[in-house]
Design a protein around this ligand. Structure first.
Ligand SMILES: NC(=O)c1ccc[n+]([C@@H]2O[C@H](COP(=O)([O-])OP(=O)(O)OC[C@H]3O[C@@H](n4cnc5c(N)ncnc54)[C@H](OP(=O)(O)O)[C@@H]3O)[C@@H](O)[C@H]2O)c1
Length: 244
């Protein structure tokens, strides 16, 4: 897919990894629908950065845990925006829970944000995509679905289902829409994480460092540009999965 002039919707695009993905899309020539929830100030800063790179940006706030219909995020675009041809599902929550202490509310909230929203958004994306256009979806997932966390039960289940959704959607939406995923490893420390926690995480990475945001952005552009890749989930782990 040629990215210049395309419109891309990215969820959780205000800061951290979502911001890096948004800026990479802007740098590649896309106009952005930049979704955020609570980070309005950071979304505005990211939007200004993306516009400085030449893209146009429409900010769209939404609490994805309350989403029942994704279509309003894709419709009512200002003049100059082409229909949305790229969807990046990056927003997620990472609560600490286990099977034994899990609550119904916590379980529902994680599944709503990390799984239900990407499904509803992909459905709305497909329904609103004009029939003569191709599309591409990239889901941001986590390699730890293959080696489950002891400490993040609902997150791991939600991302594992997101992996299954990625492959299932790739089959069901072919040939017009490609659906891929990026299974991230240790890219950035979770906000508020201690230095000791992050040192322990990095000790399991053969490349001996965090991934940062650049490799995630490069992988996103690769998956969007390569028209023969669908149903693929690329691990970005610095080799951590080799320890399995
Ligand atoms: N950081 C890593 O090393 C790492 C590793 C593996 C996988 N990942 C995955 O990579 C993606 C980005 O990670 P990150 O560390 O940059 O995430 P993060 O800092 O935890 O940010 C989470 C994002 O999700 C959005 N979000 C959370 N709850 C929401 C809700 N109810 N409605 C709408 N949006 C909501 C937030 O938006 P607001 O701030 O606007 O509320 C924020 O942009 C996630 O899918 C994560 O699972 C990250």
């Amino acid at each position: 897919m040629e990215l210049q002039g395309k419109t891309a919707l990215i969820t959780g695009g205000a800061h951290r990894i979502g911001r890096a993905l948004a800026l990479a899309l802007a740098q590649a020539g896309c106009n952005l629908i930049l979704h955020y929830n609570r980070s309005a100030d950071r979304a505005q800063v990211t939007a200004a950065e993306a516009e400085a790179l030449g893209g146009r940006v429409l900010l769209r706030p939404a609490d994805l845990s309350k989403l029942d219909d994704g279509e309003p995020l894709f419709t009512g675009l200002p003049e100059g925006f082409a229909p949305v041809q790229i969807l990046v599902n990056s927003a997620a929550i990472f609560p600490k829970d286990t099977l034994s202490d899990l609550t119904i509310d916590g379980w529902s909230q994680t599944l709503r944000v990390n799984l239900r929203a990407p499904v509803l958004l992909t459905q709305a994306f497909y329904r609103t995509l004009p029939e003569n256009l191709e599309g591409a979806v990239v889901n941001i997932t986590d390699w730890r679905t293959e080696r489950p966390y002891r400490t993040h039960f609902s997150y791991t289940i939600s991302k594992g289902a997101l992996d299954a959704f990625t492959r299932t959607a790739a089959i069901q939406l072919a040939p017009r829409v490609r659906v891929n995923g990026i299974a991230l490893g240790a890219m950035l420390p979770p906000e508020g994480a201690s230095d000791a926690y992050w040192r322990n995480v990095l000790a399991t990475v053969p490349l001996n460092r965090a991934g940062g945001t650049v490799s995630a952005a490069e992988t996103l552009l690769y998956l969007l540009r390569n028209d023969f890749v669908t149903g693929e989930i690329i691990r970005l782990t610095g080799g951590a999965h080799l320890n399995m």
